[in-house]
Design a protein around this ligand. Sequence first.
Ligand code: NAD
Ligand code: TYD
Length: 367
Amino acid sequence: MHASPLNDQVLLVTGGAGFIGANFVLEWIAERKGTIVNLDKLTYAGNRASLAALDNHPRHIFVEGDIANTALTSELLRTYQPAAIVNFAAETHVDRSLHGPEDFMQTNVIGTSRLLEAARAYSNGLPVAGQKAFRFLHISTDEVYGSLEPGAPAFTENSPYLPNSPYAASKAASDHLVRAWHQTYGLPALTINSSNNYGPCQLPEKLIPLIINNALAGKGLPVYGDGLQIRDWLYVGDHCAAIRRVLDAGRIGETYNVGGGNETRNIDLVIMLCNMLDQMRPLPKGGTYSAQIAHVADRPGHDRRYAIDSSKIESELGWKPKESFTSGIRKTVEWYLDNLDWMQDATGETYRQWIETNYALRPKVPA
Ligand code: NAD
Ligand code: TYD
């Protein structure tokens, strides 16, 4: 078992019914000995089915609620006395932020500031040893750095903040709040900025599970614009390992960039998914899923390229991604094929409404 001081301690995890949060909670419970208090508002993105393996688990306490509810977070902190908070809770989908930025400001900015305040009051009331050991780990994104030109060096922790979407701007604001609470009040905070995650339990509004879901349903595979935008894909299990490493050994007040080292053009990724599905779930009448690809109108303000330089976490904390892109994507496709019930559960009426809103008005465009 791991020699971390947090090994048998209580953690307060927020947003633990979402994609990355659920993967983190499942892995932590499997690997460590402590209890997780999982606070999640269960927005459209929260899914209890992702946590089904923990139903009635004695070390998983699920609480439905909002990080912006200070009375609730303060009570949870008082009652469970966590040694750390890991803040995943956020509105996370860029396309939704274009349609309605308000929720992003409410949770990502106001919610984070209230959680920071509750954490500050709680940690100030701890005995000295508890105060020294306490950690507030904020989970953020590479999108705060904006878009890279072709050939430009990958984002480091010192890259300027140049967010381009309401989502990215709200996450940038939350990162600044975390920094300020550390600088001003000495809150022992750390931040991770990671690249695009992929893996089990991701809602099929995001590219990879959306393509798998649409392919299997015989629907169009929407590629925004020319499809030459680049993302640096990180397997969610590798991200969770980085989070554990930063919790255990990260330096207070620091930020750590975490990337998969897999810069890939969207169109190449979609073709890769189609090729895997052709092998793993051949079309009954032959042919290829690639025939379903449809280029559609681009996202306004679409960032062209993200790439992360992970050398700080690699050299300081010895973290490296374990999964290659091919092995990670294969595992992911296998997971969705093996969990069609989960997919069905995640793509109900609310999901259908979103798909209608986002795609109905996007005309097809030439490749
Ligand atoms: P997600 O959208 O899948 O899940 C978010 C979760 O937060 C949901 O369970 C939702 O119910 C919950 N939530 C939303 N508002 C809340 C509130 N006010 N109070 C409590 N819970 C609330 O998101 P994800 O992809 O798992 O991302 C988790 C975190 O990681 C986010 O902060 C995101 O910005 C960051 N991140 C994500 C990626 C990615 O590729 N998915 C990459 C980098 C960083
Ligand atoms: P997404 O998974 O939404 O993550 P983000 O916008 O945070 O990077 O999208 C990943 C990339 O895929 C991004 O460049 C937008 C593109 N994309 C499509 O081409 N088609 C789609 O239907 C979606 C949802 C995304």
